[in-house]
Design a protein around this ligand. Structure first.
Ligand code: NDP
Length: 390
């Protein structure tokens, strides 16, 4: 990196898959970064170990009941610690050049917004921020001059090839989807799949929630909504193409027929490195792409009958209003229940569909309305889960 002074960063969700990949890059480029704050939800021991290794200023655990364990683990160090929602916000508010927003789920919204409101540069992994509150989130980013750098590999790819100076020249965005571990299965074969099978993604190593979302293809649906808020295009200018090898991370098609793509080995450390070093580039220890060794790049239309979650997300994007909030909240509840063995794989889309059918909420005008809708949708989805579990 060409920067002389280290870039200061805070990582929300440091103990997760994206958080640990971020720290891996920092570990290999120690002189380029100063880590200010790290947060986790329950993984206190791991958080304390990382906080000591990176000599951070502030370590926060989301679950307030874990405060004394964290304090104990950090005793004898100069690292300040905190717990609970207010401390997560404080971590985001601490002065740093860049905040990696890598908490999973809508729980990431409030802390990430706190970083946006102080005008930080945000490396945004938490797609749920944009799914639940895209308009409000991007408005806050504009008002506070906060730069949003997408970390999701597809959006990071688009960010790299999108001509922001000439948005009218863009015909469409083509989001690639791996299709997940069940792409070749159809119908009844999906009924009895286990959580272990669902989280075994063929190309990417990710946290459990997003892995299940990839298996149902809800992940691609959430990404459609995310792309709509990140890039100046209309909903019908975003297309999904299944590309099981995950080598082309996404594409932008221009008015003259040119299609620009970003390619690379499927390793999250590439988009994370892009966001960490932006506007420069840094070395990332990822496998270099060999096209001869990846000669069979294939593409297919998504199968919306087998993967109804993608269709539900497309409908939610077109419907607008509160639909994406309900979609996301019901999905979080259903995925949690699936991972806990309470409902089957195909029940996930049924719960989300029923929650959407029952909801008649108008577009939220404020963040408090977003949270109110989110809670309401969670309650409705929980009741549906209990019904399916019987
Ligand atoms: P993980 O489940 O691996 O990690 C989540 C992190 O958030 C952990 O540090 C966890 O702490 C913390 N956390 C969980 N719940 C809460 C909560 N209620 N309050 C505060 N902190 C919490 O997730 P991933 O790293 O896979 O994903 C993170 C985000 O990035 C998601 O939004 C995902 O969609 C997105 N993303 C992930 C990709 C990936 O490759 N993993 C790719 C693209 C996007 P603890 O360890 O204590 O539970």
């Amino acid at each position: 990196m060409s920067n002389v002074s280290p870039k200061s960063i805070s990582i929300l969700g440091a103990t997760g898959s994206v958080g640990l990949s971020t720290l891996d890059l920092v570990r290999k480029n120690r002189d380029a970064f100063k880590v200010v704050a790290l947060t986790a939800n329950n993984s206190v021991e791991e958080l304390a170990t990382l906080a000591i290794e990176f000599d951070v200023e502030f370590a926060v655990v989301g679950n307030a009941e874990q405060y004394s364990t964290l304090k104990q683990a950090l005793s004898g160090t100069n690292i300040a610690c905190g717990a609970g929602q207010a401390a997560l916000i404080e971590a985001a508010e601490r002065s740093s050049d860049l905040v990696m927003a890598a908490i999973v789920g809508s729980a990431g919204l409030t802390p990430t917004l706190a970083a946006v409101q102080r005008g930080a540069t945000i490396a945004l992994a938490n797609k749920e921020c944009l799914v639940c509150a895209g308009d409000l989130f991007m408005k806050e980013a504009d008002a506070n001059n906060a730069k949003i750098l997408p970390v999701d590999s597809e959006h990071n790819a688009i960010f790299q090839v999108f001509d922001f100076d000439r948005p009218a020249s863009v015909e469409k965005i083509i989001l690639t989807a791996s299709g997940g571990p069940f792409w070749n299965r159809r119908g009844d074969c999906l009924k009895n799949v286990t959580p272990e099978e669902a989280i075994a993604h063929p190309n990417w190593s990710m946290g459990p929630k997003i892995s299940v979302d990839s298996a149902t293809m809800m992940n691609k649906g959430l990404e459609l909504i995310e792309a709509f808020h990140l890039f100046p295009v209309a909903a019908d200018q975003i297309e999904v193409v299944v590309h099981p090898q995950s080598i082309i991370h996404s594409m932008v098609q221009y008015a003259d027929g040119s299609v620009l793509a970003q390619l690379g080995s499927p390793d999250m450390r590439t988009p994370i490195a892009y966001a960490l070093a932006w506007p420069n580039r840094m070395n990332a220890p990822v496998d270099r792409l060999s096209l001869p060794k990846n000669a069979d790049l294939t593409f297919a239309e998504p199968d919306l009958d087998t993967f109804p979650c993608l269709d539900l997300a497309m409908q939610s994007l077109h419907h607008g209003g509160a639909a994406p909030i309900v979609l996301n909240a019901a999905n979080e509840i259903a995925v949690e229940a699936f991972l806990a063995g309470q409902i089957g794989f195909m029940d996930i889309s049924s719960v989300v569909k029923s929650a959407l059918d029952k909801s008649d909420m108008k577009a939220p005008q404020s963040l408090s309305m977003v949270f109110e809708y989110d809670m309401e949708a969670r309650r409705a989805a929980q009741a549906l889960v209990e019904h399916h579990a019987q």
